[in-house]
Design a protein around this ligand. Structure first.
Ligand code: UDP
Ligand code: MG
Length: 320
């Protein structure tokens, strides 16, 4: 069994690749760790794939998958995780900002101390302020939502037990929330290790300003999907019922007032002239719509294998 799988997403990083792969090799040989290095080319349009081809010819430990087009870092990681076979899976960025020197210690933390995930923490970060400030805010919010005490959720360098990555399905920009998704899957033993960080040596960053907007939208969908993917009706049904009941109660009240008014001979405004009437109307309709949405969502998920995609820890005496 291979001890470490190193997964590296690559998007237009031709200058860094030779240096990176030989550095990884040097560290692994020095430490005597068996390894495979999986490069996932995320549709690069520079010469990255050519460089990868050359490296793969001479290095049998280096394996590569190439996409036809650019799908994003999450997709690249997902592909790498699917291919990984090592006991411990370590991810690195391809731009030489993360140091392969961290791998042995990360490996030891996962293998010997039993962490499900160990996440890097770029304590002394070598990035411009436009990146570090929003990142602090982002980490703060994610800590609040998840209850996981990490300083640097989106650190590219992380180490996992193999079964953890095999249970992750990441897409969109969700690589930022891997610790959250892992925790929700039952892998809650999450550690942190301070890692060194270099300024980008070659090329430019692949993420622009849209990283913040997409990042937060994905946080909302990650939390939502995780919570309700198995029973969407619990979400829509609750809201729908509340809305419907509110509308119903207001309607009853309006009717009672009208009847009382008629009985006692006090003049009461026409029902249709009362603002509350319209509120009640909207509440009832919205309530029914939410309910219908819940039913539709239930029908969709009932055909979805994810609904029964349980995360089995162990089985005993089972014949398959
Ligand atoms: N990356 C990728 N697909 C993309 C964007 C980035 O595979 O669409 C890779 C990129 O090659 C690098 C890593 O993800 O290995 C992190 O990207 P980058 O260094 O640009 O991010 P930053 O350090 O600026 O957060
Ligand atoms: Mg980088």
């Amino acid at each position: 069994m291979i001890q470490v799988s190193i997964v590296i997403p690559v998007y237009n990083e031709e200058e860094s690749l030779p240096e990176l792969t030989s550095w990884v090799k040097e560290v692994m040989l020095r430490e005597g760790l068996s390894y495979e290095l999986i490069l996932v080319d995320d549709g690069s349009d520079d010469g990255s794939w050519k460089v990868i081809q050359e490296i793969c010819q001479s290095e049998k430990q280096v394996k590569a998958v190439g996409f036809f087009r650019n799908y994003g870092k999450s997709a690249a990681l997902d592909m790498g995780f699917a291919r990984a076979r090592g006991n411990v899976v370590v991810t690195l960025d391809a731009d030489l900002q993360d140091s392969p020197e961290e791998i042995p210690e990360l490996y030891a933390m996962v293998q010997d101390e039993g962490y499900h995930i160990v996440s890097g923490w770029k304590k002394k970060r070598k990035d411009p302020l436009t990146k570090t400030l929003p990142s602090r805010f982002f980490n703060f919010v994610t800590r609040l939502i998840s209850g996981i005490h990490l300083h640097d959720f989106n650190c590219g360098i992380k180490a996992y037990q193999l079964r953890v990555v095999k249970n992750l399905h990441i897409y969109g920009e969700m690589h930022r929330y891997i610790p959250l998704m892992a925790k929700w899957n039952g892998f809650g033993k999450i550690g942190e290790k301070v890692v060194t960080h270099q300024p980008r040596k070659y090329g430019t960053t692949k993420f622009g300003i849209e990283r913040f907007i997409n990042g937060f939208l994905d946080l909302i969908s990650v939390s939502f999907v995780n919570r309700y993917k198995r029973n969407p009706m619990h979400f829509f049904g609750t809201l729908g019922t509340l809305s419907f009941i509110t509308g119903f109660i207001i309607t009853i009240q309006l009717i009672v007032e009208k009847i009382q008014g008629l009985n006692k001979g006090i003049p009461v405004r026409e029902i249709t002239e009362q603002p509350l009437f319209f509120l009640a109307l909207v509440a009832v309709i919205v309530g029914i719509q939410l309910f219908l949405t819940g039913f539709l969502a239930e029908m969709m998920t009932s055909n979805n294998s994810r609904r029964t995609d349980y995360n089995i820890a162990e089985e005993l005496n089972m014949d398959h």
